[in-house]
Ligand binder design. Structure first.
Ligand SMILES: NC(=O)c1ccc[n+]([C@@H]2O[C@H](COP(=O)([O-])OP(=O)(O)OC[C@H]3O[C@@H](n4cnc5c(N)ncnc54)[C@H](O)[C@@H]3O)[C@@H](O)[C@H]2O)c1
Length: 310
């Protein structure tokens, strides 16, 4: 059983902290937003109001919900005041390990003993750096910018993180409409940034070949795989294309197909067209699978054509 969360404190009101404060306030949590800079706090509240106004224009929320949500956000430059009643804290100060360690050391003394201490770090294994006194309730909740909109949150446990702390974090993420992905151990870059790194690395290689400008490469991605990946991840997409085709295409680019691909091709599990690939499609009509993919892509293209293009 995980603890009931009523008050969430956000430490650092920058790009991520502002969006996090908005997210929790919009979902009915009392939010304490702390920063060392009053300007940052002011900007965060203004930005949250503007973002919610946009959501209202989109018909996502009623306009009359904006002021009550903003009233759920209380700003303070006093760390003790921010965390004294917090049930869940998310640290979102700049990506400097010593700074984060210092903030967590202070949180250990200022927050109630039941409070979960989460970090939004993109890179550090903060759990390994924690004193034993608080290590059981420290974990990473890695949101993506803008955190009030992007669904995924990578929830990373440390070796000493207690089970109920993970459970509480997972439940809280779901309660604010997120899709939490639990990682049982720290991995540099977690999952998504590692994949992003691979894409960026290849974009640099193509740039270095001197054939295309950055804008051309961006447009190529925007008009192809960024849309396609929005309706299915790499494995679902490979299943749709055919794993034999994927293996041949890898070889043509000088890459030996990895065992997970080569073994499936060897067995004849070629994806949707044979009823099994990375996924099992037994009993599902191929035309239905393709139609589902196409419907999702058309919905996305519809929005894209309407204005996401620029
Ligand atoms: N920006 C992104 O796209 C992104 C995405 C995912 C994760 N992250 C991670 O989120 C964290 C925050 O990133 P950001 O981009 O929001 O940074 P940012 O620089 O926009 O904001 C950091 C805020 O922390 C404040 N701050 C500095 N020292 C402080 C202290 N001791 N106590 C309280 N507040 C303090 C600053 O005044 C600033 O307002 C980092 O760990 C970053 O790696 C960022």
């Amino acid at each position: 059983m995980s603890a009931k969360i009523e008050t969430v404190a956000i430490i650092g009101a920058g790009i991520m902290g502002a969006g996090l404060a908005q997210l929790f306030a919009q979902n009915g949590y009392a939010v304490k937003l702390h920063d060392v800079s009053i300007d940052a706090l002011d900007r965060a509240v203004t930005r949250a109001g503007n973002n919610m106004a946009m959501q209202s224009d989109f018909g996502w929320i009623p306009a009359e919900d904006i002021v009550p949500a903003l009233e759920m956000m209380q700003c303070t430059t006093d760390l003790g005041e921010a965390v004294s009643k917090a049930d869940f804290i998310i640290e979102a100060v700049p990506e400097v390990l010593e700074l984060k360690k210092n903030v967590f050391a202070r949180l250990g003394g200022l927050a109630p003993e039941h409070t979960v201490l989460a970090s939004n770090t993109s890179t550090f294994d903060v759990m390994a750096e924690m004193p034993d006194a608080i290590a059981g309730r420290v974990l990473i909740t890695h949101f993506f910018n803008p955190p009030q909109l992007v669904p995924l949150v990578e929830v990373v446990r440390g070796e000493r993180t207690a089970d109920e702390v993970i459970e509480t974090a997972m439940e809280l993420m779901r309660a604010v409409g997120k899709y939490p992905l639990m990682l049982n151990r720290y991995l540099p870059g977690f999952v998504v940034n590692r994949i992003q790194l691979a894409i960026n690395g290849m974009a640099y290689m193509i740039l270095n070949e001197g054939i295309l400008e950055p804008e051309d490469i961006d447009k190529a991605i925007e008009n192809s795989i960024s849309l396609r990946l929005a309706v299915g991840g790499p494995f679902a997409t490979m299943d749709l294309g055919g794993l034999d085709v994927m293996a041949a295409s890898a070889r043509a680019m000088g890459v030996e197909p990895p065992p997970a691909l080569a073994e499936r091709v060897e067995r004849g599990d070629l994806g949707v067209k044979t009823g099994r690939g990375f996924y099992d499609y037994a009993g599902i009509d191929e035309e239905e699978i393709l139609a589902r993919r196409d419907r999702r892509l058309m919905l996305l293209l519809d929005a894209y054509m309407r204005g996401l293009k620029d």
